[in-house]
Design a protein around this ligand. Sequence first.
Ligand SMILES: [Zn+2]
Ligand SMILES: [Zn+2]
Length: 342
Amino acid sequence: MPQFRYAYNRQNDLVDVLELPQDLSGFDDQFTCIGCGTPLIAKTKGEKREKHFAHKANQRATCSEETYLHKLAKTTFVQVYSDCLDNNEAFCIKLTHQKICTKFSGPLGHPCHIGTVTKEHDLTRYYDGVRLEPRDGAFVPDVIIYDTHDEAKKVYIEIAVTHFLSDEKRGSESRIIEIPIESENDIDKIRSKRLTESDASFINFENRNAPVTDAECECAKHLYFCLFIYESGKSFLEYGTLGELEAKRKKVAGSVRYESLVRATGQEAPFLEQGHRFVDLIEEARARGFPVKNCFLCRYAGRNWSPRAADPVYCKITKRTCGSNEAVQCDKFRVEARQDTR
Ligand SMILES: [Zn+2]
Ligand SMILES: [Zn+2]
């Protein structure tokens, strides 16, 4: 038997039974059910049971709680939002914005994710109109809020009691705020004039990246290795900040055929790490299908393990040391037959 907290009064405004006085003698009003439209009795005196609206005995069976909650939520939204507009009060949504620095997201493809920031947005500043169940093209949203000077700027408000948004609506480009309502208590979310991401889903609220200042930029501080393989076939590893590598890249762009970036771990001295990373990135280039020729890939090459050596390769054919780019002009170059376990 549904007992409700809310009903319409004679003026069709919403009434919260908890806000009615205990003694209703001399209180001249009539209450109607939001769900089924039949008269309700306000029960405000009970000691044990909480205040509530009750149906008359013969109407109990025909009233659907689902219909009640859905209509109640829509009506509450329109009423609360209209009151905000009338009284210059804010109706806020609280959204999480990604902080992504795009300073180096260009050619080097390296945006840095700094974290998130939460911001409040007052909807009434953007949308100064509200309507219940307007037909809007193919959709009949529960509520629409819109800019009265440009109705193309709008947000659909959808109340989800049991049915969540259809894929069709979800797939549309409109901004939608979907508010799940499971019980009368959830109405408080709307009455609080503030919706968070745990209260509602915010669909198609794009442009959610927060601006990042240079001071917050994390990526500019870190050191990277970048492998460039040139038109000539030669491979070189550059070491520096993304800014330095970007500058280098611009200078050589016309003659570079392959590039790959990796962040320095800083766990070993740069010249040591440089040696390892160079070989890693050369192998990666080959694994990605780039026809790289480098002695580090050659079956006839041994390592000259002196990290500072200008000639890091010992060639078993010529029996001398050389730089790894020797492979570019060497007709003995053969890629090592490896037991690839990767
Ligand atoms: Zn009813
Ligand atoms: Zn950055």
